[in-house]
Design a binder for this molecule. Structure first.
Ligand code: SAM
Length: 255
């Protein structure tokens, strides 16, 4: 597993705009919370924690937790003028909170990076109030389609994303079962199809060219396979029929 980081602060802001609709859907279960602390775990640059703090101003406070100090520093700077939010550097499986002390927990595109996701699900269960909402947004990496016609190469790319690129590549596929196993209740799931229609966007949001060169370095694809594949992508882009799609899920549950 490489789980090589591809998400700097600029990437997270960029994908934040792209995923705006999904993010808005994921806030909905927290709209009815009347007080207490809401956590955004693996909060990155803090944009969702900030949106939640603004949405719940006067009712709730928000804590963003992430183990990356660069991202936490940016989040702190961006939230400096708000008084119902704070950010803490920490691990999702070791939260500095009492049992049943949180009024809601959200995680977006984080479970895929966890080596031992069960530890985090158990920790979330420990700190949530009874009946409090837990929302998880995840990528379905093996749903990536590039519509090049080179299906064997596409299958190798999906396998690489799932098996090598992240620690827990089937996180989204396993989400409802994981939540049920950890005794969460009222589990619901929705799926959204993300579509990009240019090679430029596929490189911005999915790091396509970078992934292809990593796969050559790791002997998963030959240079010739990548050259043929890239020519197909370029031709589709030039002719105006380039399309890439991938599903993202939002699972909502309560403790
Ligand atoms: C793809 S980013 C998503 C960030 C943010 N949730 C968003 O949607 O913009 C994954 C984030 O999870 C954080 N992360 C990964 N594993 C973590 C862990 N064990 N504890 C805390 N944060 C973690 C990373 O540092 C990164 O900020």
């Amino acid at each position: 597993m490489t789980d090589a980081k591809h998400y700097g602060a600029a990437y997270l802001s960029d994908t934040g705009d792209f995923l705006k609709n999904i993010k808005m859907q994921s806030y909905e279960p927290f709209a009815h919370v009347q007080g207490g602390v809401i956590l955004d775990l693996g909060c990155g640059t803090g944009m969702d924690a900030i949106n939640l703090a603004d949405m719940l101003k006067g009712k709730c406070s928000v804590i963003g937790v992430d183990h990356d100090s660069v991202l936490i520093d940016k989040a702190k700077a961006d939230a400096a003028d708000r008084d119902n939010i704070r950010f803490e550097k920490g691990e999702t499986h070791q939260l500095p909170l009492e049992d049943q002390s949180a009024a809601g927990i959200r995680m977006e595109r984080v479970v895929q990076h966890l080596q031992e996701p069960d530890l985090t699900f158990a920790e979330v269960y420990r700190v949530l109030h009874a009946e409090a909402p837990f929302v998880v947004v995840e990528t379905i990496w093996n749903s990536l389609n590039l519509y090049t016609g080179m299906v064997e190469t596409e299958q190798k790319i999906r396998n690489y994303l799932v098996d090598t690129k992240v620690n827990n590549g089937f996180a989204g596929n396993k989400l409802t079962a994981d939540l049920a196993r950890h005794a969460f209740k009222n589990i619901r799931i929705d799926t959204y199809c993300m579509v990009v229609r240019s090679l430029d966007e596929a490189n911005r949001y999915l790091f396509l060219e970078r992934i292809l060169s990593e796969m050559v370095e790791q002997d998963v694809l030959t240079e010739q396979e990548v050259a043929e594949f890239s020519a197909g992508l370029l031709a589709a882009d030039k002719e105006g029929f380039f399309i890439t799609s991938m599903n993202i899920v939002i699972a909502k549950a309560t403790r």
